[in-house]
Design a protein around this ligand. Sequence first.
Ligand SMILES: CC(=O)SCCNC(=O)CCNC(=O)[C@H](O)C(C)(C)COP(=O)(O)OP(=O)(O)OC[C@H]1O[C@@H](n2cnc3c(N)ncnc32)[C@H](O)[C@@H]1OP(=O)(O)O
Length: 409
Amino acid sequence: MTTELRVLDPADWDDWYANLELAFGGLAEAPEERALWRELTECDRSVGAWDGERVVGTAGAFSFRLSVPGGALVPVAGVTMVGVAATHRRRGILTSMMRRQLDDVRAWGEPLAVLTASEPEIYGRFGYGIGAFTAHASIDTTRVRLTAPEGADEVVLRQADPAKAAAACEAVYARLVPGRPGMLARQPGWERLPLLDPPGGREGASPLQCVLAERGGEVVGYARYAIKPEWSYAGADGSVTLRDIGALDPAAEGALWRFLCSIDLVSSVRIRSRPVDDVWQHLVSDVRRCEPTLRDGLHVRLVDVGAALAARRYQAPVDVVFEVADAFCPWNEGRWRLRGGPDGAQCARTDGAADLALSVRELGSAYLGGVSLTSLAAAGRVRETRPGALTEAAVAFGWPVAPWLPHGF
Ligand SMILES: CC(=O)SCCNC(=O)CCNC(=O)[C@H](O)C(C)(C)COP(=O)(O)OP(=O)(O)OC[C@H]1O[C@@H](n2cnc3c(N)ncnc32)[C@H](O)[C@@H]1OP(=O)(O)O
């Protein structure tokens, strides 16, 4: 039995998406969620695998602009909606879609592809490395005290309707994007995602709530969250689940965290998919009672090694030659000389001797500055062939702000 790959015809979207829902277990999404994904699907950048009249495989690629170290917004493919019918799994359909997609991304001139994985094991074989980790936590607010920084008392907090406050929140978000690698500039239509709140997905929690942080009448921060009221025999035992938070300065951010951790009748604040260097860790009296856990966030694939490495800045001067292995995208294979620093970089093919040998996967992990080349070398995944090159490159690739993907896609 052979399958045929075709660019998605918008008229086939329902069948195409139904295959995806089935691959994820068959639960239908809420109508408003489905409608949003239909609107956001870029059909001309999506493929379906067809077995006769039936869609048996799906893969899409959003057109994103990704913040990279130094603040440039680089066009990237946001790989999404990947699914293969259970009846057709492990016959190479995903592999054929990844082949097609990475060829397409290269042709579109986008130097990077990024994704979040349903299972972290799937995408390494296609050259993706984990480029940003993410932190989950649950703050036990009955035991943990939170100290907000100076100036927090002057911040005015105002409860607001999430839809009416959305534009103000978006303005804050937009100002944060260049400063943190991994953030995505909001593309048209995507401003609806943070407001998506289907009643069936609330699991007993309230509708989305929003609080704005203001100074001198100007919005300088926001938090969006839901409260789940619960009662145990001993009394109130509710929880707050944080949806997102953003602030332009420490006082505003501290005021928002303090607010979230002091809501009455609540004994825990659940934090999901936040940056690993998030400020709450430094405001709490007892980080152990916040149960922080780490998981993979953004997976990064350099589709054009030269263009990708030249697009970011480096925190220290660097001049190294990488010997890159890339079996899935052989156009990247070979030696690349990277010269760069805080003001810019260039990266081109070279015949010079290699300083570091690694695969494109390790470059993807190190690219946003959140995974150290030194730790990859310690795991045997980067080999130093010129003494000193590893430290030089590891220092240069690092970045003062941890990379973080603000939302799934
Ligand atoms: C970005 C996103 O959208 S992430 C969402 C991914 N989708 C899902 O998780 C939905 C449920 N799962 C599926 O739909 C499918 O199982 C997929 C898409 C994960 C895999 O599709 P398949 O067509 O079966 O993959 P394919 O046959 O090309 O497998 C290629 C290789 O990956 C391996 N592989 C595939 N899926 C997995 C997995 N879930 N875990 C570990 N290895 C896997 C295969 O064993 C195979 O290895 P090999 O080359 O050593 O033989």
